[in-house]
Design a protein. Structure first.
Length: 75
């Protein structure tokens, strides 16, 4: 189990360097919850990350149509 905790800490370090401290904090909490078999917390983390992913993709698609009018969908 200590290897999993060490891996979680390295994942958190990578997230801090690449993404944001908030995401790293949530990732550590999710891994600790997984180790402790706290599945509702893990499900909440996965749901939150899925919503962030969907919202980012939606905003990128909308911005792409604004930036490049040739890609905009015509009715």
């Amino acid at each position: 189990m200590s290897n999993l905790r060490t891996g979680a800490k390295w994942s958190a370090v990578a997230a801090v360097l690449l993404l944001s401290p908030v995401l790293a904090f949530l990732m550590v909490i999710a891994v600790e919850a997984l180790i402790d078999s706290d599945y509702p917390s893990v499900q909440g983390f996965v749901l939150a990350m899925a919503l962030v992913y969907i919202l980012l993709n939606l905003s990128i698609d909308i911005l792409y149509g604004v930036i490049d009018p040739r890609a905009a969908v015509s009715a």
